[in-house]
Every structure is written in C-alpha cells, then in structure tokens.
Design a protein around this ligand. Structure first.
Ligand code: GRF
Length: 201
C-alpha cells in the first residue's frame, strides 16, 4: 500500500513511521511527505530517507477551501491508499475529509474524548488527571472527534511539567502510530458505517 504523510513540524512521528517501513514492521511505501510549513525538521527527515518532500504553504492561499484543493491534488498524484496526519496542524474542510473517508488517520496527544484541540498536556495537568496519553483515530468532520482506533496511556507524575508529560506521551505515540499503520497496510483495519472494524485474522 502507498502512504502519504502530512506534517507541520518536527516530524518525530513521521520518523517512527519511516523507521517502521524500513525495518519491515510496516508493509507499505511512504510515497511522499507534505508540509504546510516551510523549513520544518520533518522535511529533512523525509529527504534523508529519500522520500519526496513538498511544501504547500497555507499562507499562499486565500482560504481553507483553495488550500485543501491544492493539498488534495498534491496528495492524489501519489495515489495513496492511506493518508496519515502526523502533527499536521491545520483543520481540514469537509470536502477534504469526505474525499479520503476511511483512509485518513490522525494522532492526537490525549485520551479522547478528553482534551480535544490544542495544549492538551497543559490542560491534562490543570485538570489533575492521573492518566494521560494519545489516541489514533479515523478523521471525520468533527475536530479530533473521529472513531478511535488505538489509545496508549501513561501515568501523570507529581512533578510533571507539560514538557515531561509530553515526552512520556510521545514515546507512546512512536510505538502506537506504526502499529496502526501496520494494521491498516495488512488490510485489518477498516471504517464501516462510521465505526472501526478490526479484523483479528
Ligand atoms: C504530536 O504530539 C502529535 O500527537 C500532535 O503533534 C505532535 C507532532 O509531533 N498532533 P511530531 O511532529 O510528530 O514530532
């Protein structure tokens, strides 16, 4: 299967996927990496792995709709079976979401449905939760509201800062995201009537 990864930043989740594809955990090909922000570290990670890397800067477009149309055209040139949002920090239009229904996944740094949106680690600490983590979900039009595929949790420790907590969550992200992409590429993971279907085989 072909994969396109969308990023906006450092790309540590992208790196985890690159590594998993390289060592055979993911039987799929990352055909392209696209960033909406220029000069981010994730683009270098792609280039180092000989993956075509492209910038489509949302600031070059008058509105969300035209940006998303350009993004779709760039993605579809690679004919991906799966589009992976890995720290991609733009809200996508319903037209975009509909176009990739069932083959568009995102990772979010909280145990959904808690803490949708931004600044999840700060908010988890403020709320005083004992468990925090990450969720991987199919994308629908609800922001961070699509059906959850896999979650991984970590304890919140008494001395945690948003940074130490984020680091602990990210370790889990880097395990969980390759696992989900592996399942998808094996054909074990599908979206049916808005629900996640997992084929135990
Ligand atoms: C991750 O924490 C992810 O959950 C969130 O943005 C961060 C991206 O980090 N959506 P990276 O670019 O993969 O290093």
């Amino acid at each position: 299967p072909g994969i396109v990864v969308l990023i906006s930043g450092s790309g540590t989740n992208l790196q985890a996927l690159i590594d998993a594809a390289a060592d055979g955990r993911i039987h799929g090909e990352i055909r392209a990496v696209i960033s909406n922000r220029p000069e981010v570290a994730g683009l270098d990670r792609a280039r180092r792995a000989d993956i075509p890397a492209q910038v489509i800067n949302h600031r070059d477009f008058p509105d969300r709709g035209t940006f998303d149309q350009a993004l779709m055209a760039a993605i579809d040139r690679h004919q991906p079976d799966l589009v992976v949002l890995a720290g991609f920090m733009r809200v996508l239009t319903p037209a975009f979401v509909a176009h990739y229904e069932g083959r568009l996944i995102n990772i979010h740094p909280s145990l959904l449905p808690d803490f949708r949106g931004l600044h999840t680690h700060e908010r988890a600490l403020e709320a005083g939760v004992q468990q925090h983590g990450c969720s991987i979900h199919f994308v629908n039009t609800e922001l961070d509201g699509g059906p959850v595929i896999l979650q991984a949790s970590v304890p919140v420790l008494p001395d945690d800062t948003p940074q130490t907590l984020a680091a602990r969550v990210q370790q889990q992200e880097h395990q969980a995201y390759p696992q989900v992409v592996r399942w998808f590429c094996q054909g074990r993971l599908t979206l049916r009537n808005g629900q996640v279907w997992f084929d135990e085989q």
